[in-house]
Design a protein around this ligand. Structure first.
Ligand code: FE2
Ligand code: FE2
Length: 294
C-alpha cells in the first residue's frame, strides 16, 4: 500500500508543472502581435493582393523599419539597395515574409521580462544568433525552408522565458541544481519541474496555433533524435544552439557548452570547410542585424 502511494506521489511530483495553467494565467501570452495575424490573413486570402500586405506593414513603422534594415543587411546579401516595402516583399516572397514578420515581432511579447538570475540581453542575443545559425545551415539544403529554421531558432528557448516570467522560483531551482551537479540545464529542469523549457515552449507554440512543425522543433531541440517527424530540422536547431553558445553570441543560462552528440552531428553532415564558412557567415550576419531585434 505504502509502495503504491510512493509511486503515485513520485508520479505526481514528476508531472507537477501545469504548463497550460501557467500559459493560460499569463494574459501576455494570450495571443501573438496583431500585425502577424493581419499579414497572415492577407497572404492567405485570395481576395487580398500584394498592396494589402504592403499597406499592413507600412502601418507598423517599427516593423517596416526592421524589415528594410534586415533585407538590406548581409542576412540577405542583395547587392542593390532596397528602399521600398513593396520591393522588399517582392524579393522575400509573401510566405517567407509571414515568418520573418513573426520572427521580428515575437520578442516584443517578452520585451519586459526581467530576471535576476539570467542576463536578458544575452538571452535575446542567444535566440537571434541561434536563428541565424540555423538559417545558414538550412541554406545549404534546397529541400529545407531556411526562413522556417530561422523562426524555429528565434523560438527555441521561449519556454524558459515563460517560466522566467511566471515561475522564476522554479527557474532558479533548476539553475542551482545545474550549477551544483553539472548536468545539462534542461535535465535539471526536468528534475525540478517534471518538465523542461522545451515542453513549455512547444505548448506555447501550440497555444498560439502556429504550425505543428514549429511546436515539434521547439519540443525536441534538446533531444532531436527522438523527434517523431522532423529529426533533421531538430538536429539543425540543436547544432545551431550549441555552435552559437560556443561562439559566445549570447546565453540562455547554461553554465557550459554542451557537447554535440556524434549522431546529431552526422545528420547535419557539415564539412570542416563549410563549418568555417558557417562561422564567418553567422558572425557577420549577427553583427549586422542584432540591433534590429533587441
Ligand atoms: Fe533549449
Ligand atoms: Fe538555446
Amino acid at each position: 500500500m505504502s509502495f503504491i502511494f510512493l509511486i503515485l506521489f513520485r508520479g505526481n511530483l514528476l508531472s507537477g508543472l501545469n504548463i497550460l495553467g501557467v500559459i493560460n494565467e499569463d494574459p501576455k501570452l494570450s495571443s501573438l502581435p496583431e500585425v502577424y495575424f493581419q499579414i497572415k490573413e492577407a497572404v492567405n486570402n485570395p481576395a487580398s493582393g500584394f498592396e494589402d500586405v504592403e499597406y499592413i506593414i507600412k502601418n507598423d513603422s517599427a516593423l517596416s523599419f526592421r524589415l528594410l534594415k534586415i533585407v538590406n543587411s548581409s542576412f540577405y546579401g542583395f547587392e542593390e539597395e532596397i528602399e521600398a516595402i513593396s520591393h522588399a516583399i517582392s524579393i522575400i516572397g509573401t510566405s517567407d515574409l509571414v515568418d520573418l514578420a513573426l520572427a521580428t515581432t515575437i520578442l516584443s511579447v517578452f520585451a519586459d521580462v526581467d530576471s535576476e538570475s539570467i542576463d536578458m540581453n544575452s538571452f535575446w542575443r542567444h535566440h537571434v544568433s541561434c536563428g541565424i545559425c540555423a538559417r545558414a545551415i538550412g541554406a545549404w539544403d534546397q529541400k529545407l525552408n531556411s526562413e522556417k529554421l530561422f523562426l524555429s531558432g528565434i523560438l527555441h528557448d521561449v519556454g524558459r522565458l515563460v517560466m522566467l516570467e511566471n515561475r522564476p522560483d522554479l527557474v532558479n531551482k533548476a539553475l542551482d541544481s545545474h550549477k551544483e551537479t553539472g548536468e545539462f540545464l534542461f535535465l535539471s529542469e526536468k528534475d525540478s519541474w517534471g518538465e523542461d523549457h522545451a515542453a513549455v515552449g512547444a505548448a506555447l507554440v501550440e497555444h498560439w496555433k502556429l504550425p505543428a512543425s514549429l511546436a515539434e522543433i521547439v519540443r525536441y531541440h534538446h533531444e532531436p533524435l527522438n523527434a517523431p517527424n522532423l529529426v533533421y530540422e531538430c538536429c539543425i536547431i540543436n547544432v545551431a544552439d550549441t555552435i552559437t553558445k560556443a561562439m559566445e553570441l549570447g546565453s540562455s543560462g547554461d553554465c557550459f557548452v554542451p557537447p554535440i552528440e556524434p549522431a546529431v552531428w552526422d545528420k547535419i553532415n557539415l564539412s570542416p570547410k563549410n563549418l568555417d564558412v558557417l562561422l564567418d557567415r553567422v558572425e557577420t550576419q549577427f553583427t549586422d542585424v542584432i540591433d534590429f531585434f533587441i
